[in-house]
Design a protein around this ligand. Structure first.
Ligand code: NAD
Ligand code: ZN
Ligand code: ZN
Length: 439
C-alpha cells in the first residue's frame, strides 16, 4: 500500500509567473494581505472577534491585488476541527476582524493577468494551503512548505487561508467572496454536474486524510488504529479501508461518531467504556492486533485532546494572559494536550509508524523518548500537501462515490448560522460531525 515519500508529483506545475501589481493594489508582491479591502460594496463573512466569539458581518469585497490572484464566489465552505483551535486555544494568534475558513469551493468571478489555467465561470475547489507550484518545495510535492508563501516572520510553512498570523493572516473562505492568491496554481477545476459536496472535501479533508494514510505506511492487509473520529479521522478510516488495510480500529468518545464509523466497517472503541482509561484502550487495541499493536496509528485528534490534565492547565493559563504574552508563551512553551499522541505511542507495535495529522503547537512538550527509541517508532506528520494528492483522489469522486462524500456532511447551513454552528461543532451537539456553509 502506498508509495514512498519521494514519489512526489507535480500536479500541473505551472511556469513561474512574475506577478505584477494591479493598479489599485497596495499588497505585497505575493499578494497575501489580511482582508480584501475592496471598494465594490460589501459581502458577508464569518469574522473572528474573540475566543468563542465569531460573527457574521458585512466586510468590503475582496479585489484582485496582483496578477496571480483570482476572485471566487463561494458556494460551499467547510467548518473544520482546525477552526475550533482558532475558536479556543489559538486565540492569541488571531486578530479581531480576521475572516475564517479554509475549505471553500465556488465559481471563479475574476482572474488576474497571469492566471490562465482557470477562467471566470469555472467551478473550482480552493486548497487550504496557498502554494506557488514552481518552487523547490512545491517541486518535491511539499506544497504546505511552499517557499514562495512561507511566513518568514513566524518561521512558518506555506500561508494558509483563514489561519492566524502564524500562517500569513490571509482572509478566509467562510465568506461570499474569496481572494485566492497564487491562483495560477492552487484552484482545482472540477466538473459540473454533481453537487458541491462531491468535490468540496478536496480543499482539506480528503487530501489531509489521504496523506495521513499514506504517511501511516500500512502494509497491504495490515492494521491501523485511528485516534479521533471527527471528519479527518473518519475519512482516514474510509481511505485506509478503501486502500486495502485489513483491520481498521477507531477510537473516540462521541457515540454518533463511533456509530458512523462502525457503519463503514470500522471496529470503533469508545474511550468512555474503559474504566482504566488509556491502558484499557491500549489493551483492547492489542487484543485486536495479535497482541502486538497495530502496524500504524493515526493521531487525528491534535492539541485539544480530551484527558490530558497538564495541557489543560496550560490552556487555562494562556486564556488568562493578555494575548501578546499568551502568544509568546504558546510559541515558546506550548499548550498541547498530549493524551492522543501518548496513546498512539503506547499502542503502536514495535517498529510501527505513527502518522500525526492532528495539529500540535508546543515547543516543550514532554515526549517519552525512551519508548519512542526503544520501540523503534517511525513518526511522520505535517500539514497536508493538498495539490500533491489531488490526482490520486479525483478518480474516486468522478467514478461513483466509494468514500461516501455525498453524505459526509451532517449539517448544511447558511453563513448566518455560523456563530451557532461553531458552538454546536465544538460541543459536538446535535450529531454535528461535518458542517458545510452555503453562502
Ligand atoms: P474534530 O475536533 O471534529 O475531531 C477530533 C476528534 O477527536 C473528536 O471527535 C474528539 O471527540 C476526539 N478526541 C478527543 N480527545 C480524544 C482522545 N484522547 N482520544 C481519541 N479521540 C479523541 O476535528 P477534525 O476536523 O476531525 O480534525 C482533527 C484534527 O486534524 C484537528 O487537530 C485538526 O486541526 C487537524 N487537521 C489537520 C490538518 C493537516 O493538514 N494536518 C488538516 C485538517 C485538520
Ligand atoms: Zn480544515
Ligand atoms: Zn511553492
Amino acid at each position: 500500500m502506498g508509495r514512498g515519500p519521494l514519489s512526489a508529483r507535480r500536479t500541473g506545475s505551472p511556469a513561474r509567473p512574475s506577478p505584477t501589481r494591479d493598479a489599485s493594489s497596495t499588497g505585497r508582491t505575493i499578494g497575501l494581505s489580511p482582508a480584501g479591502g475592496g471598494v465594490n460594496g460589501g459581502m458577508k463573512a464569518v469574522v473572528w472577534h474573540d475566543r468563542r466569539d465569531v460573527r457574521v458581518e458585512e466586510v468590503p469585497d475582496p479585489t484582485i491585488q496582483v496578477s496571480t490572484d483570482a476572485i471566487v464566489e463561494i458556494t460551499s465552505s467547510g467548518l473544520c476541527g482546525s477552526d475550533l483551535h482558532l475558536y479556543e486555544v489559538l486565540g492569541p494568534f488571531m486578530t479581531k476582524g480576521d475572516i475564517l475558513g479554509h475549505e471553500p469551493m465556488g465559481i471563479v468571478r475574476e482572474v488576474g493577468a497571469d492566471v490562465v489555467n482557470i477562467a471566470p465561470g469555472d467551478r473550482v475547489v480552493v486548497p487550504f494551503n496557498i502554494s506557488c507550484g514552481y518552487c523547490f518545495m512545491c517541486d518535491l510535492g511539499l506544497q504546505s512548505q511552499c517557499e514562495t508563501t512561507q511566513v518568514h516572520e513566524h518561521d512558518s510553512g506555506a500561508a494558509l487561508f483563514g489561519y492566524t498570523k502564524l500562517y500569513g493572516q490571509v482572509a478566509g473562505g467562510q465568506a461570499e467572496l474569496l481572494r485566492v492568491p497564487q491562483a495560477h496554481y492552487g484552484p482545482i477545476k472540477v466538473p459540473e454536474g454533481p453537487p458541491d459536496d462531491r468535490f468540496l472535501y478536496l480543499s482539506d479533508v480528503l487530501p489531509t486524510a489521504w496523506q495521513a494514510v499514506e504517511y501511516a505506511a500500512i502494509p497491504p492487509g495490515g492494521s491501523v488504529a485511528v485516534l479521533g473520529l471527527g471528519p479527518i479521522g473518519d475519512m482516514a478510516c474510509r481511505i485506509a479501508l478503501h486502500r486495502g488495510a485489513g483491520t481498521v480500529i477507531g477510537v473516540d468518545r462521541v457515540p454518533e461518531r463511533l456509530e458512523r464509523a462502525r457503519r463503514r466497517g470500522v471496529d470503533a472503541l469508545n474511550l468512555e467504556d474503559f474504566v482504566d482509561g488509556p491502558d484499557g484502550v491500549v489493551e483492547a487495541i492489542r487484543e485486536r492486533t495479535d497482541g502486538r499493536g497495530p502496524d500504524a496509528v493515526i493521531d487525528a485528534v491534535g492539541m485539544e485532546a480530551h484527558g490530558s490534565p497538564v495541557g489543560k492547565l496550560g490552556h487555562r493559563m494562556t486564556s488568562l494572559l493578555p494575548d501578546r504574552v499568551a502568544a509568546k508563551v504558546m510559541e515558546r512553551v506550548g499548550i498541547d494536550r498530549l493524551a492522543a499522541l501518548l496513546l498512539a505511542i503506547e499502542a503502536v507495535r514495535r517498529g510501527g509508524t505513527i502518522s500525526i495529522v492532528g495539529v500540535y503547537g508546543g515547543m516543550t512538550d514532554p515526549m517519552p523518548m525512551l519508548t519512542l527509541f526503544d520501540k523503534q517508532i517511525q513518526l511522520r506528520m505535517g500539514q497536508a500537501n493538498v495539490r500533491r494528492w489531488v490526482d490520486d483522489i479525483l478518480p474516486l469522486l468522478v467514478d461513483g462515490d466509494p468514500l461516501g462524500v455525498d453524505e459526509f456532511a451532517t449539517h448544511r447551513l447558511p453563513l448566518d448560522a455560523a456563530p451557532d454552528a461553531y458552538a454546536m461543532f465544538q460541543k459536538k451537539q446535535d450529531g454535528a460531525v461535518k458542517v458545510v456553509f452555503q453562502p
